[in-house]
Design a protein. Structure first.
Length: 78
């Protein structure tokens, strides 16, 4: 499949994150990278004024299905 990122198409391989623990880890990484205010936009019930607790991450992971897109190649698709 391909993803359009900033006007450029890239080949990508989707992977459904099936494990709730893995989804919680992915949400925690998202919060670490982008902060709680941005993570709040995921509408997963995470707080926007502080980092979520492990219990909040597990609760959010239980209600959401996440799909990770891994690059299939290094070159943009023409």
């Amino acid at each position: 499949m391909s993803l359009l990122v900033r006007g450029v198409r890239h080949a990508a391989v989707p992977a459904v994150i099936e494990s709730a623990d893995s989804r919680a880890d992915l949400l925690a990484e998202f919060v670490r990278r982008y902060g709680p205010k941005v993570a709040r936009r995921l509408q997963a019930g995470l707080p926007s004024d502080r980092d979520p607790t492990p219990d909040e991450l597990r609760s959010a992971a239980a209600t959401k299905m996440l799909i990770r897109f891994d690059p299939a190649g290094s070159e943009p698709i023409a």
